[in-house]
Each structure stands twice: as structure tokens, then as C-alpha cells.
Design a protein around this ligand. Structure first.
Ligand SMILES: [Zn+2]
Length: 482
């Protein structure tokens, strides 16, 4: 039997506010355990939560960027469950009036654009963290994270493959980073993803029974985890067994999904309105202001880059994936005299390779857009060859020096002077009469061979265009003395 995969993602994103959602405690990551809590976030009896306006502002921006309809009257509810990382035994979340609903994002997979629906986006507080390392018989609790503001973004079950799920998450991350509401670092837990996965025979309308896969905490493991769960469900269905609705976890070490608990339904949580918090009213002006502060979003920028700079979709997608990288590209394009595709080749090639190998972001890169453009202009006007430019660029990346300085210091200027090049060519030709004969007998490969020799002799500095012309002329005219 062939099955269609149905995937919906639930994504939790920590908002980058300086303080928590209902108290003034700091949200700073990686601090000493239990140093960033107060009676409010510890849930002491009698304390009252006070809503951080910035959280609503960030959530509103996210909802608008994800094309959601805004609930202008939005309220908080208590989600009741008992777990040691939750001191109040309830989490303040949103139930029937989330801040945004009915949104979407467009993703492109294999050249095809698909619109993925967003069911809802709501605000809530994060729970604490259990630490199991110190003692095998007990757990410790760090409550620094308790009360850190989150938004949860729930997609429709519109995704059909692990690749689409990955692309959706990537797009979502890019958008949230663009609008500066979160640092979206999966490795620090500020972006966390759970997936609902089910299979159904092709052509069937109704959904199969789904399982929830928890904590897919890197882009690499998202696709892998989903693939393994798909395979497990297929095996069950093919052998006539049923998939049970449950929560599972992907184990990176065994590459299997393992059972955590049977799945809860919303009614298990006994949601009810939080009596300590009033309804939040979001005015038309507030929405207008949030819209006005919004930058150009990645998908729109991508299309503009394809039109303005004639970039292929692939290049435009990568470069606009990050706001700072897109800015770097545009600043370079302003000063570069050649075609924009040359810039995208360098950005996606040498620049990204060096950034990755040094584990750096474009924002802490020593090469400025101005220097990048002037280096590319030096290739364009023939001062340096493309090959030499790679050396120059590496040095720029390491030292932050201007390309002209590096070229002067290392004597890397391209040799275009005819008499100087002729001297090298004569020497190279004179050494290998056999290859000259080959050339004259019609073996054009011999030209490439001599070209390589001249480049080597000149330390890579010979201007290939000039050498090519001179070589052909010289080889044709060379008289072999028998
Ligand atoms: Zn606190």
C-alpha cells in the first residue's frame, strides 16, 4: 500500500524581551540556576501576574507577519496540568481567543510554491527545566526559564513530506528573525518544534490516527525524525495493526522514535479564563503601528531580488534567507560595476564557506560590502585574476584589510604587460617542442597545457585573456628547427 503523509507542526518560540511575561525577572539565557526568579514566576500564593506589553507587541508582529487575522480582544487562560517544572500547577496560555488565527506562509519545494495554513498563534509562559545529570535517583529544577514569554504557532495539517516540514520551519525561522522578535536559536531552545504525523492511503479524504513527535531540536533531526516515524507507522498499517494516538520522542542515538505517553486531548487540561488577568484590547492604531514597523519580509524580498538583480530563484532564496546577508548583497551591488550574479556566486561560495568554517555570522564578518565591491571591481577591470582574488578574499576575511592593501603587500597584481608575458611564453614554449608540434598538427589540447605552464611560471598572476591570445599567435608562428 502507498500512503500519503500528513504533517502539522507546533512551534514554540521564545520572544526576545528583556524581562519575563508576567514579572520583571530577566530572561537572559545561560545564567546560574535559580537566580532569575521571584515570587510571581515561582507561583507563590497571593501574587498577581502583570502582563509585559512588549510580549503582546512582539506576538502581534509575528501574527501579522504570518498573515493572521488578529483577535482585537484577546485573553489568557489557565492550562492545568501537574509536572514538577511548573510550580503553579497551571500554565498561563491562551485557549479560545488567541492573538492570531487563520494565517499562512508560502514555501517553495522543488520549484513548486505551496501555501501552508497557520491555524493559530498564541502567547504563553514557558515552564522551568528539569536537570537529571547530578544524581541518578533524583531530579533538580532550574526555574530561570519559568515565565519566559513564548508564542506557539500551530500549522494546519498541510505539510506532505519531511522536506516540506523542514522548509516550512526554515521559512518561519527566517520571518521571525527578520522582524526581530526572537533570536530563534534551536540549540538554545528559543525555537522548539513538535510534529503531528499520520499516514493515509492515497486518495482517502479522512486523516489517519496521528502521533505527536516531541522536541525535534535541530534542522537536521526534523526531517530524520519524521522519516523514522513515517516508516514505523507504515510498518504497523501494512501488517494490519492500528496506530495509537500517543506522544513519542525521537532518539538521536538509536535513530528510533520511542513512546513517551498516551496523547492528551484539550479537555484533559480543564482550560478556564485566568481571573487575575484582564482581556487585552488591541486597537486599530496599535495594529497600524505594528504594520508600519515591519521590514520587507523574506519571500517578498526574494521575488524583488529575482526581478531587480536577475538572480536565479535558488540564489535569491539563500541570500534573502537572512536579513543581514541580503543587506550585504545589496550594499555590494550598489558599488559593483559588473553583473549581480557575480556577487551572489562569491557570497554563496567563498563568503559562506569561510563564515561556516569559522562559525561566524555575517554580522561579525570583517569584510565590508564596500571592500567586497572593490575587490570584485578589481577582477572586473583585470587588475587581479579570479584565482588570485580567492587568496585576496581569504586575507580580507581574516584581517579586515582593504583588497588594494593586500594586493600591494603581497605583490599580487595581475601581469597584463605584453612584453613581460611574451618573455614567459617564449621560455615555456622553448622547453617543449613536442607539444608545439602537437599543437601545429591540430591538437588543440596543447594550448591548454601551455596555458597551465604560463600560469604556473607567473605564480598565477598572468592575465589569462592576454596570455590566451599571445599563446595562440606564438604557437602558430613558431618555426620548429629540425
Ligand atoms: Zn519573576
Amino acid at each position: 500500500m502507498r500512503y500519503e503523509t500528513v504533517i502539522g507542526l507546533e512551534v514554540h518560540v521564545e520572544l526576545a524581551t528583556a524581562s519575563k511575561i508576567f514579572c520583571g525577572c530577566s530572561t537572559k539565557f545561560g545564567q546560574e540556576i535559580n537566580t532569575q526568579c521571584c515570587p510571581i514566576c515561582l507561583g507563590m500564593p497571593g501574587v498577581l501576574p502583570k502582563l509585559n506589553k512588549k510580549v503582546v507587541d512582539y506576538a502581534l508582529k509575528a501574527a501579522l507577519a504570518l498573515n493572521c487575522k488578529i483577535n482585537q480582544e484577546t485573553k489568557f487562560d489557565r492550562k492545568n496540568y501537574f509536572y514538577p517544572d511548573l510550580p503553579k500547577a497551571y500554565q498561563i496560555s491562551q485557549y479560545d481567543k488567541p492573538i492570531g488565527e487563520h494565517g499562512y506562509i508560502d514555501i517553495t519545494v522543488d520549484g513548486e510554491v505551496r501555501r501552508i495554513g497557520i491555524t493559530r498563534i498564541h502567547m504563553e509562559e514557558d515552564a522551568g527545566k528539569l536537570l537529571h545529570e547530578s544524581d541518578p535517583t533524583s531530579s533538580l529544577i532550574d526555574l530561570n526559564r519559568t515565565g519566559v514569554p513564548l508564542i506557539e504557532i500551530v500549522s494546519e495539517p498541510d505539510l506532505r513530506s519531511p522536506e516540506e516540514a523542514r522548509e516550512y520551519l526554515m521559512q518561519l525561522r527566517n520571518i521571525l528573525k527578520y522582524i526581530d522578535v526572537s533570536d530563534v536559536k534551536m540549540e538554545e531552545g528559543s525555537l522548539r518544534c513538535d510534529a503531528n504525523i499520520s499516514l493515509r492511503p492515497y486518495g482517502q479524504e479522512t486523516f489517519g490516527t496521528k502521533t505527536e513527535l516531541k522536541n525535534l531540536n535541530s534542522f537536521k533531526w526534523i526531517a530524520k525524525g519524521i522519516e523514522h516515524e513515517m516508516a514505523r507507522q507504515k510498518l504497523l498499517l501494512d501488517s494490519g495493526e492500528k496506530v495509537t494516538q500517543e506522544t513519542r520522542r525521537f532518539d538521536v542515538n538509536t535513530q528510533k522514535t520511542v513512546l513517551m505517553r498516551s496523547k492528551e486531548e484539550a479537555h484533559d487540561y480543564r482550560y478556564f479564563p485566568d481571573p487575575d488577568l484582564v482581556t487585552v484590547e488591541i486597537s486599530d492604531d496599535w495594529i497600524k503601528e505594528a504594520k508600519a514597523s515591519m521590514p520587507e519580509l523574506p519571500e517578498k524580498k526574494k521575488i524583488r531580488f529575482m526581478e531587480t538583480y536577475q538572480l536565479p530563484e535558488y540564489d535569491a532564496g539563500i541570500i534573502t534567507g537572512e536579513k543581514e546577508l541580503a543587506q550585504f548583497f545589496e550594499d555590494t551591488a550598489k558599488e559593483f560595476r559588473g553583473e549581480a550574479k557575480v556577487i551572489s556566486n562569491w557570497v554563496m561560495g567563498d563568503l559562506m564557506r569561510l563564515l561556516n568554517s569559522e562559525n561566524k555570522e555575517i554580522s561579525d564578518c570583517a569584510v565590508t560590502a564596500k571592500d567586497m565591491a572593490s575587490m570584485l571591481n578589481l577582477i572586473e577591470d583585470g587588475t587581479i585574476s579570479g584565482k588570485i582574488a580567492k587568496t585576496v578574499f581569504e586575507e580580507m576575511f581574516l584581517t579586515g584589510k582593504e583588497p588594494k592593501t593586500i594586493i600591494a603587500e603581497k605583490g599580487l597584481v595581475q601581469i597584463s604587460d605584453v612584453s613581460e608575458l611574451e618573455k614567459i611564453i617564449d621560455e615555456v614554449i622553448g622547453k617543449d617542442i613536442k607539444s608545439v608540434r602537437d599543437f601545429q598538427n591540430g591538437n588543440k589540447k596543447a594550448l591548454g597545457f601551455f596555458m597551465g605552464q604560463v600560469m604556473r611560471q607567473s605564480g598565477g598572476k598572468a592575465n589569462p585573456k592576454v596570455v590566451n591570445e599571445l599563446l595562440a599567435k606564438k604557437l602558430n608562428a613558431f618555426e620548429i628547427k629540425e
